[in-house]
Design a binder for this molecule. Sequence first.
Ligand code: HEM
Ligand SMILES: *[C@@H]1O[C@H](CO)[C@@H](O)[C@H](O)[C@H]1NC(C)=O
Length: 318
Amino acid sequence: MGFLLARCIIGAATLLCVLPPCQAKFTSKFYGKTCPNLGAIVRSVMAPAVAKEPRMGASIIRLFFHDCFVNGCDGSILLDDTPTFTGEKNAGANVNSVRGYEVIDAIKTQVETACKATVSCADIIALASRDAVNLVGGPTWNVQLGRKDSRTASQSAANANLPGPGSSAASLVSAFAAKGLSAREMTALSGAHTVGRARCVLFRGRIYSDPNINATFAAARQQTCPQAGGDGNLAPFDDQTPDAFDNAYYKNLMAQRGLLHSDQELFNGGPQDALVRKYSGNAGIFAGDFAKAMVKMGGLMPVAGTPTEVRLNCRKVN
Ligand code: HEM
Ligand SMILES: *[C@@H]1O[C@H](CO)[C@@H](O)[C@H](O)[C@H]1NC(C)=O
């Protein structure tokens, strides 16, 4: 009886998704009957991965952002290129940059063993990124589930939608507004740059040419990011607590120690200054806003009519 009821509900949800616009019923209990251990499985892979390499937490958080900003949170970023298919992995903002694909694969393998052909790769990224934030010391939240995986990906949309490190404050605001996210949510989500690393090639212009930079900080960064060469050399976004999810990002901005030009744009005499001051003075307000904004970003959906499925292997369509 319980089984029949569950089948009926799943059938109804699937039916709704056949008719555009697809209104998937998102709920944190989506897999409550069909994959009750999902949360524990995801955490059991994420915890050792982050313990082994704390940067992996940062990398998975970014993977979620780059999935969601390109045609919604649909696992499209995970599709490998093939001779006849060009996806998002080699888009400018992703190639040689986004990492953590093997961790998502490892989670998917365990999830498939426990609950065959049930849980989307897009939902796995959403859960993994929630755990990533929490495992490096940040807040936690309930993840809304029920996403499907796209059977397509778009390199051109990735190139067009993902903001670059040279962005102005105004273009950051508009890139997020294009996704239904406010300037406040943009500023909160940018706080993810309290963890992780960036390559010299992406901040060289700032440390040699920007006027609004702390001289001590610029000199320190120049040590490992020469004017010529060393493009791939890494520096932490937050050199005080590089692997801790705290509000140091905003404190750094107030000391003109933002690593990317786009980071410092959030504290440069403009409309985001007041919020940066607030977050730098109150870690709790930042953590709350960040969690809420992650849930909202996680609600970005592919456009109606996009063919979707629950992928069996996150790297290729079924
Ligand atoms: C506001 C606009 C944003 C811009 C311009 C931006 C840009 C960048 C750039 C250039 C890097 C370094 C990439 C590399 O060195 O290859 C980076 C790394 C990172 N980004 Fe962003 N980002 C933005 C927003 C976000 C958001 C919203 C999140 C998550 C909520 C995020 C999370 C991260 C993380 C955690 C890293 C470090 C990843 C690692 O170490 O593997 N970023 N970002
Ligand atoms: C520059 O950064 C140092 C920390 O390295 C800090 O003590 C100093 O106050 C900063 N300078 C300015 C002008 O904010």
